[in-house]
Design a protein around this ligand. Sequence first.
Ligand SMILES: NC(=O)c1ccc[n+]([C@@H]2O[C@H](COP(=O)([O-])OP(=O)(O)OC[C@H]3O[C@@H](n4cnc5c(N)ncnc54)[C@H](OP(=O)(O)O)[C@@H]3O)[C@@H](O)[C@H]2O)c1
Length: 366
Amino acid sequence: MKTHRLFLHGLGNVGRRFVRLLLERGDLLEERHGIRLLLIGAADSSGAALCPDGLDLRALLTLKEKEQGIAELPIFGVANQTGQCLLKHAEADLVLEATPTNLWNGEPGLGFVTEALRKGLHAVVASKGPLVVAFPELAALSDWGNTSLPSMRFSGAVGGCLPVVNLGRRDLAGCRIQRVEGVLNLSTGIYLARMEEGLALDAAIAEAQRAGLAEADPSLDVDGWDLAAKLCILAQAVLGQPTRLDGIARRGLRDLAPNEAATARQRGERILMIARATAGGDDDSFRLSVGPETIGPEHPFYALQIGASGFLCETDIQGRQVILNADQGPMGTAAAMLRDTLEICERRQYAVASTDQIVHNEGFSK
Ligand SMILES: NC(=O)c1ccc[n+]([C@@H]2O[C@H](COP(=O)([O-])OP(=O)(O)OC[C@H]3O[C@@H](n4cnc5c(N)ncnc54)[C@H](OP(=O)(O)O)[C@@H]3O)[C@@H](O)[C@H]2O)c1
């Protein structure tokens, strides 16, 4: 049984659910994967904590449920200590990044992930900021640039548990991708469902906020920034196209005419916020756009329920691949982080086993 030591940056909706998965899935991971995951460090906005024998997960969750900071964790909590700083002293194998997304400078996640990769640690990233701001730099520090470097996985950053990056990167290997479409933003799906019923955008936002389903500042979702960030990551990771956020044509829900969603519904059509990449732009590049689009009943996204997500990829030799998921939200993203963690841990175990094998074979041939 191999133990892998983890350091988690961010204990919010996603981070807390990841901790809960560690607590509840320990036996399954040991039985099914032969892997033991030990959380030795964690950080939030109050500070950080480090314990080489493993932090008390129940104590950590209880603390966060009481809306306290990790700085208040008995014995191990340190106030005003940043995760990036404490990481320098941590004997970790893998870091998990789940702090708020900042699309303009990538922080605090970017510094943390960069520090980890430079230190030779593997990284699982849920926040979009570091990948949007510095994908080429992070790729160069990780196995995206050189397979001998630490692994970086970020399947949760783009579609939560919808395996968008894995499908595009692994399962469409050898294909030419001709077109990509994604419904990958939960909040705009909720607003549009109410707008189809005749509610104005502002009223739909206010209603979702009252129900705790929308951000206090909804503009990242409404104006298409969140979806553009996901497309920016996808374009680089799956389509291999260097992309900046400002290179994506972006429209938002405010660009819809009043009642446009309701009128579309009456016609038997729907309007969804769609991220789109179409091959055949200048220099054989993909044209990238996000915005509200009208679709008819023949489209695979037509039947998407409120809050569901979908991804469609048109290829030359695998035809059209479509994946849909009904359960988005923070648990889906935490599950994606677990999936990425297990992939990395299994690769590490395989790499160690292969090295042993090579040493053995060399010894045998001499
Ligand atoms: N929620 C989802 O469904 C979802 C889906 C896909 C991707 N994501 C991405 O995953 C990330 C986490 O999302 P979330 O919903 O868990 O966010 P969240 O609830 O706002 O939690 C963010 C966490 O980061 C901590 N934090 C803030 N500033 C920090 C700093 N300077 N240093 C260390 N920790 C800091 C916060 O500390 P406190 O606890 O002290 O406030 C909190 O624990 C975001 O980037 C988001 O875009 C989320």
